[in-house]
Design a protein around this ligand. Structure first.
Ligand SMILES: [Zn+2]
Length: 123
């Protein structure tokens, strides 16, 4: 069974955080926000197809890192990643590889956009 996530509370929480930080500059802002959606499916093929579909919606590339097949988008220091753990990852070929300079975070040591991957986390 595919777990259902009610997106409305997540959207409202993100907006509430933005409003809170915007209205009270004495609260230190985080260096970034990292949101993850884990994808669960019955088979690797179904999981990979869902990651491919999400990548199509985001306009992003997919990547295979060990057994994690994923896609992600960087919105400045805010990152959203959809990921599926595959049982037999050798059946897929990655389209991109994790950036070694920023370890796939898209940010350098000063929380600035990584110059090597231009903030995508992939090369
Ligand atoms: Zn990088």
């Amino acid at each position: 069974m595919i777990p259902h996530v009610d997106r409305r509370p997540v959207i409202e929480g993100l907006r509430a955080l933005a409003d809170l930080l915007d209205s009270n500059p004495r609260i230190p802002a985080p260096r970034g926000v990292f949101a993850v959606r884990c994808v669960y499916r019955s088979t690797d093929e179904e999981a990979a197809a869902e990651i491919d579909r999400i990548a199509g919606e985001l306009g992003t590339e997919t990547a295979l890192e060990n057994s994690s097949y994923h896609t992600q988008i960087h919105l400045g220091p805010v990152r959203f990643k959809a990921s599926a753990m595959l049982l037999t990852p050798s059946t897929l070929q990655p389209t991109r590889y994790r950036c070694d300079d920023c370890a796939g975070t898209g940010l350098d040591g000063l929380a600035q956009t990584c110059d090597t991957c231009d903030g995508t986390g992939f090369c």
